[in-house]
Structures are given as structure tokens and as C-alpha cells.
Design a protein around this ligand. Structure first.
Ligand code: FE
Length: 184
């Protein structure tokens, strides 16, 4: 989606028609991405309805303006944070976890559990519409990557070794999340 908003200007030599260089023009922020339906939640993580919103589209310069370097590396570069280093690993305050980049509701504290892996782990999303799951073959592994449905930020991975009843383990980077407490 981001690439669709980029423009490339090619300049060529007038006599030989060989391209001499390309100037890549990237908008800092585009608010007119294709619409996406997102579930809205209250501070308890309960779905209150749905809303059609434009996808959040920024280039790297734009994301660096709104994300800290660690948040940018994880959310926009897909870098996994070191185990046991994230602020939400050993953290069990009641509330809701949103995408650090665009604020989309993702997980409720009610579905958080200690997987003893060193990363925040959840049994389920607050709404399946709010995230996308795609195959990830990096590092010689075959995993399912989870990304925010509205802005495309990398969140983590989902595995099938979680506790009942879902048996899912959403293994999520703290650096991709922003927490708000109940009533906060
Ligand atoms: Fe997002």
C-alpha cells in the first residue's frame, strides 16, 4: 500500500536515452489509503462496534517522526526485540493494548498470559479484523507473522501452542504495542 503512493521520476540523457538517475519522491504522510474496517473497543477490550477508516500510510521518514527508534525498528522493520527485554513481558495491569503506530485496538489484558517465552503473549486478538496474518519464511523458519490491519506495522507471530480454549499464542513485541489501563 505504501508503494502505491510513491512516485519515481526518471531522467534520461538527451542523446543516448540512457537513464542517468532516478529521483524517488515519497510523501511524508498520506491519509487517503484504501479503506479498512476496524473494530473499536472500550478500555476493557470489549468490541463496541466497527468503523471504516483509511489505512494509515507513511514512508520511513514519516514513521520516524512519530515512532521512537526501538518502536520503528520493530514495527516498521520487523526486528524482534530481545526476550525478556520488553516493557509488557512481565506486565499484567488491566487494560487494552493498541498498535503503537496507529492506535488500532489489538489485545486485551484479559487474554494475556505468561508463556514463559520472554515476550507478551495473548490468547486472541480483540477482533480478527484488526490484524493480518501472513506467512513469514525469514531466518529459515516457517512462521505466521501478525501485522496491524490499518497501518501494516509488524506486531509479532502467532503459534498454535497456546492454552485452551483458543490454543493460540500471539507472541507480540512490546515495542509494537501501546498500553492504556482501564479508565485510562
Ligand atoms: Fe497500526
Amino acid at each position: 500500500m505504501i508503494r502505491a503512493c510513491l512516485a519515481t521520476i526518471s531522467l534520461s540523457c538527451a542523446t543516448c536515452n540512457i537513464p542517468t538517475f532516478k529521483l524517488r519522491v515519497e510523501p511524508l504522510f498520506e491519509s487517503y489509503g484504501a479503506p479498512v474496517v476496524i473494530a473499536e473497543c472500550d478500555s476493557n477490550g470489549r468490541v463496541t462496534g466497527t468503523r471504516t477508516v483509511p489505512r494509515t500510510v507513511r514512508n520511513d521518514t514519516g514513521w520516524r517522526q512519530v515512532l521512537s527508534p526501538p518502536n520503528f525498528q520493530t514495527a516498521r522493520r520487523g526486528v524482534t526485540e530481545v526476550a525478556y527485554s520488553g516493557r509488557y513481558d512481565d506486565f499484567y495491569v488491566p487494560g487494552i493494548y493498541r498498535c503503537v503506530a496507529c492506535g488500532t485496538a489489538l489485545f486485551s489484558s484479559r487474554d494475556k498470559y505468561d508463556s514463559e517465552t520472554g515476550w507478551p503473549s495473548f490468547r486472541r486478538l480483540v477482533a480478527a479484523t484488526n490484524a493480518n496474518v501472513t506467512w513469514d519464511y525469514t531466518w529459515g523458519l516457517r512462521r505466521r507473522a501478525v501485522s496491524c490491519a490499518r497501518c501494516g506495522s509488524h506486531l509479532g507471530h502467532v503459534f498454535n501452542d497456546g492454552p485452551p480454549p483458543t490454543r493460540r499464542r500471539y507472541c507480540i513485541n512490546s515495542a509494537s504495542l501501546a498500553f492504556s489501563s482501564v479508565g485510562g
